[in-house]
Design a protein around this ligand. Structure first.
Ligand SMILES: Cc1cc2nc3c(=O)[nH]c(=O)nc-3n(C[C@H](O)[C@H](O)[C@H](O)COP(=O)(O)OP(=O)(O)OC[C@H]3O[C@@H](n4cnc5c(N)ncnc54)[C@H](O)[C@@H]3O)c2cc1C
Ligand SMILES: *[C@@H]1O[C@H](CO)[C@@H](O)[C@H](O)[C@H]1NC(C)=O
Ligand SMILES: *[C@@H]1O[C@H](CO)[C@@H](O)[C@H](O)[C@H]1NC(C)=O
Length: 411
């Protein structure tokens, strides 16, 4: 038996690879990442790296490479019904004072690539694999059986970094009290995809709100294409009955639903819908928060969206904390996980405290609501609307929380 901490991470996304990086740095560990997909999933649109996560990226030495992959976005413009600009907010140049568009804005795909490259030589990646079952042993280890080709094995630590619809969470904690998989839906669906660039696409993001909570957002990238987002927001969840069903059926049914929602909204809807049909990176998701009191159990922990999706995108800071706590007591994983849980419970509560109705405010249901929003945006470039819009639209809600320092290890 080796004295290495044997670690299994389920999910090779941002959270899983970031954790592997920190564990490798801080702990004498043998790390396996299993990924359900047959290869690294390196697609996805702009994500923001803010606040605590900026600090983590710096400590990983990845700041420069991430900046070099900047989406080139220079700001965001709010577009009125006739295509006119109602209000615009330039990006801030000071990373400590980020505006709506972050200095560390990068495509999720590029970020996933960077994290994969940074870990592929130090971690054993196994694709096309997922967990079949987990059994906590009295020894404190976890016996894992796999669905496809890996033989069963005992691990000291198992981490579910397998996204918002986490299978590890389901195995560990079941479907939850209301069989809702611990998801609290925020009344929003979003479709992300890439479309061909046309002349009127600039380095400015364009935000176009239409009645009934519909939003078209177009954003630039480094790759001479345009990144499109369609979102539908409604507190009335029965509006989403069809798309909920379509999520079980596949992309054609999902695209039909979005097409039906957007065909009459005007502006560039037709072009965007056509682009959706031919996009090769379509990603559709409901927006939800994971509401779970505990995200650790024995020697198993949840990380990233699996444990606490507060919005489409969550942080890198948690991976750093989890690795830090393990490094404090590598031979007592359950105790380390309890500490990880308690560091986090506070942060998650802060992060999830969006103002009531927040998605509804920036995605108004009526013409009147849009007029109010537009005139409001036109007159006040206030920090409030920036932080509200940024919180709700795309970002990493790590505000007001500083990651702890781990002095037990040195860089
Ligand atoms: C392809 C893709 C595109 C995305 N695009 C965007 C976007 O444009 N904008 C945005 O804000 N957010 C996007 N997201 C979500 C975003 O990546 C996450 O919210 C955030 O980065 C947190 O990362 P995570 O690692 O917790 O989850 P994810 O990035 O979702 O990663 C989870 C990983 O686990 C894998 N997985 C799932 N189930 C299992 C299983 N049972 N066994 C093993 N592996 C499993 C998935 O294939 C995925 O690679 C996207 C996610 C994916 C997977
Ligand atoms: C690391 O894990 C792999 C896969 O489970 C295993 O084959 C290998 O023997 C382990 N290495 C050490 C040094 O324990
Ligand atoms: C909720 O949405 C459904 C489906 O669109 C609609 O039939 C129903 O009238 C709505 N309910 C309310 C209270 O708006």
């Amino acid at each position: 038996m080796s004295d290495k901490v044997e670690v299994l991470i389920a999910g090779g996304g941002i959270a899983g690879s970031c954790l592997a990086w920190w564990l490798n740095k801080r702990v004498n560990a043998n790390i396996t990442i299993i990924e359900r997909a047959p290869e690294p999933r390196t697609s996805g649109q702009a994500v923001d790296i803010r606040d605590a996560a900026v600090d983590i990226i710096r400590r990983m030495g990845l700041e420069e490479v991430i900046q070099s992959k900047h989406t080139t976005e220079e700001g965001i413009a709010f577009i009125g019904p006739n295509g006119e600009t109602k209000a615009s907010f330039p990006s801030s140049v000071d990373s400590n004072k980020q505006a709506l568009t972050s200095e560390y804005e990068i495509l999720r795909g590029d970020l996933a690539h960077i994290f994969f490259d940074a870990t592929k030589d130090i971690v054993d990646y196994v694709f096309d694999e997922r967990v079949a079952d987990l059994k906590q042993q009295s020894s404190g280890k976890v016996l894992v059986t796999f669905a496809n080709h890996l033989p069963e094995k005992e691990y000291d630590l198992v981490v579910g970094a397998d996204g918002m619809i986490s299978q590890v969470r389901r195995i560990l904690f079941g479907k939850g009290p209301q069989e809702n998989d611990y998801l609290k839906r925020l009344g929003q669906y979003i479709a992300f995809f890439t479309i061909p660039k046309i002349e009127s696409d600039t380095r400015w993001a364009k935000w176009y709100s239409a009645p009934k909570g519909r939003l078209i957002l177009l954003r630039p990238s480094q790759y001479e294409d345009t990144r499109a987002y369609l979102t539908v927001t409604d507190g009335n969840l029965s509006r989403f009955a069809e798309i909920d069903e379509a999520m079980k059926q596949g992309p054609d049914a999902q695209m039909d639903w979005f097409e039906n929602e957007f065909k009459d909204v005007g502006w560039q809807a037709n072009r965007v819908l056509e682009g959706m049909r031919t996009a090769n990176d379509l990603y559709i998701s409901t927006i939800a928060q994971v509401k779970i009191e505990k995200f650790v159990s024995g020697s198993v922990a949840l990380l990233g969206d699996a444990g606490y999706a507060p919005s489409p995108i969550t942080g890198k800071a948690r991976a750093y904390v989890l690795a830090g706590e393990i490094s404090k007591s590598p031979s007592d994983v359950p105790a380390a996980l309890e500490r990880y849980q308690s560091v986090f419970r506070v942060a998650v509560d802060q992060v999830q405290s969006l103002p009531p109705g927040a998605p509804q405010i920036v995605n108004p249901q009526t013409e009147w609501g849009i007029k109010v929003l537009s005139s409001f945006l036109g007159v006040v470039s206030s920090g409030w609307i920036r932080s509200l819009a940024s919180k709700v639209s795309s970002v990493l809600p790590d505000r007001r929380w500083n990651p702890p320092e781990y002095t037990t290890f040195s860089t």
